[in-house]
Write a protein that binds this ligand. Structure first.
Ligand code: DC
Length: 238
């Protein structure tokens, strides 16, 4: 069966709703979903907790030295029906959404050794296909051979408002101006870093969701996925 399943890579700017669509398409296809941003966020939380971020500095060497002590895995929560991230066995799904993690995650995720470790883990998780993974480098570096690659974008004001509403729902304090500044700064850092910068894969399909509902986006991705799955089935049958 594995050879009839496809890999779906969803990349794009911060707060475009990548994880919402990746999770929804995975659920519709009964595929696994992996939120790779949660992995980089968990490493950032580890760094914050272990004195590797002091004031304005990230201790890159210290973080690299401690990489072997950082274990990241996902655990399915049947109540929320979401795979939640565990950092050394502790569920940190909520903690990693706080603003202090937002402020540092781009710097942490720019460290080559951190990326190497995360990419290896992600490739292992997607080995059997039947996976939807969202991030910044999934279609370019993690799964360059993914059958379906989506590159998501949306107007920055719309993105800031969506993230602000999400934080408000979760009762995480923040101002709309700070949220917008943070996401623009992260976009800039993610696009200009040396290690696997955010860019659209040459074979990715752009999905600008500024004016699209969640259902419209999901239908768009679903139609593409089903077409590719049928193509693959026919190729296997033929
Ligand atoms: O998707 P997110 O906002 O939760 O991601 C948090 C940060 O992690 C983002 O600013 C960039 C980084 N990231 C990355 O470099 N590569 C990925 N595959 C996923 C996230």
């Amino acid at each position: 069966m594995g050879d009839r399943k496809i890999t779906i890579a969803i990349d794009g700017y911060s707060s475009c709703g990548k994880s919402t669509i990746a999770r929804a398409i995975a659920s519709r296809l009964s595929y696994n979903y992996v939120d790779t941003g949660a992995m980089y966020r968990s490493v950032t939380l580890y760094a914050l907790r272990n004195g590797l971020i002091n004031g304005k500095m990230l201790d890159t060497d210290g973080l690299v030295d401690q990489l072997d002590a950082i274990h990241i895995e996902f655990s399915f929560n049947p109540e929320s029906r979401v795979s939640e991230v565990l950092l050394n066995g502790e569920n940190v799904e909520q903690l990693i959404r706080q603003m202090d993690v937002n402020d540092w995650v781009s710097q942490v995720s720019a460290v080559a050794e951190v990326r190497k470790k995360m990419v290896k883990l992600q490739q292992k998780m997607g080995q059997g296909k039947g996976i939807a993974m969202d991030g910044r480098d999934i279609g370019t570096d993690v799964f360059p051979d993914a059958e379906l690659k989506i590159f998501m974008t949306a107007d920055p004001d719309v993105r800031a408002k969506r993230r602000f509403d999400e934080l408000e729902t979760k009762k995480i304090p923040a101002s709309l101006a700070d949220v917008k500044a943070n996401l623009l700064a992260r976009d800039h850092e993610d696009m200009t870093r040396k290690e696997s910068p955010l860019r659209k894969a040459h074979d990715a399909i752009t999905l600008d969701n500024t004016h699209l509902s969640r259902e419209q986006q999901l239908d768009f991705v679903y139609e593409l996925a089903i077409g590719l799955i049928h193509k693959k089935k026919n190729a296997v049958a033929g």
